[in-house]
Design a protein around this ligand. Structure first.
Ligand code: GDP
Ligand code: MG
Length: 168
């Protein structure tokens, strides 16, 4: 039986929790001061979806989100994408469409999902629920709210992307 491997890129403004999400999903840990291990391009995790073995390779950036130079190599061959913003960072929400365009300019249309992270900080939210839902509807993308800190909905995001990929 052939194993299916999917390259997933996690994009969004700095500090929305991308690295934390990848660490949480692949290693089961959450730390407040995660630093990318030099030399590691991605972490992976194997899951079973519709009785297929899927290997998800989650690519992280080294924190150069705001610079364009590295992105081409990073996006190359991506088959799925998480567009992430933070509950407490308005700019990161407003940047979602431009992140989507950036990825699609490099790799075309792939499975994507919008993720509002840090939902544990909902009391300090700077994005209204209906705004986020409206954006997801406009872009025709599934929308998840996650807390990487509390391990809420993280599994669901990646499972959805794997299922979506299999459906193509
Ligand atoms: P990145 O720049 O997008 O990779 O963001 P990081 O993963 O480095 O996270 C930035 C900061 O947000 C770190 O201090 C994390 O501990 C914190 N963080 C990540 N996810 C969450 C979350 O769900 N809730 C809260 N409260 N903090 C989070
Ligand atoms: Mg990071």
């Amino acid at each position: 039986e052939m194993e299916i491997a999917i390259k997933v890129v996690v994009v969004g403004n700095g500090a929305v929790g991308k690295s934390s999400m990848i660490q949480r999903y692949c290693k089961g840990i959450f730390t407040k001061d995660y630093k990318k291990t030099i030399g590691v391009d991605f972490l992976e995790r194997q899951i079973e979806v519709q009785s297929e073995d899927i290997r998800l390779m989650l690519w992280d950036t080294a924190g150069q989100e705001e610079f364009d130079a590295i992105t081409k190599a990073y996006y190359r061959g991506a088959q799925a994408c998480v567009l992430a913003f933070s509950t407490v960072d308005r700019d990161s929400f407003e940047a979602i469409e431009s992140w989507k365009r950036k990825v699609e300019d490099e790799v075309g249309e792939i499975s994507m999902v919008i993720v509002q992270n840090k939902i544990d900080l909902i009391d300090d939210a700077v994005v209204k629920n209906d705004e986020a839902e409206a954006l997801a509807k406009k872009l025709r993308l599934r929308f998840y709210r996650t807390s990487v800190k509390d391990n809420l909905n993280v599994e669901e995001v990646f499972r959805y992307l794997a299922e979506k990929y299999l459906q193509q």
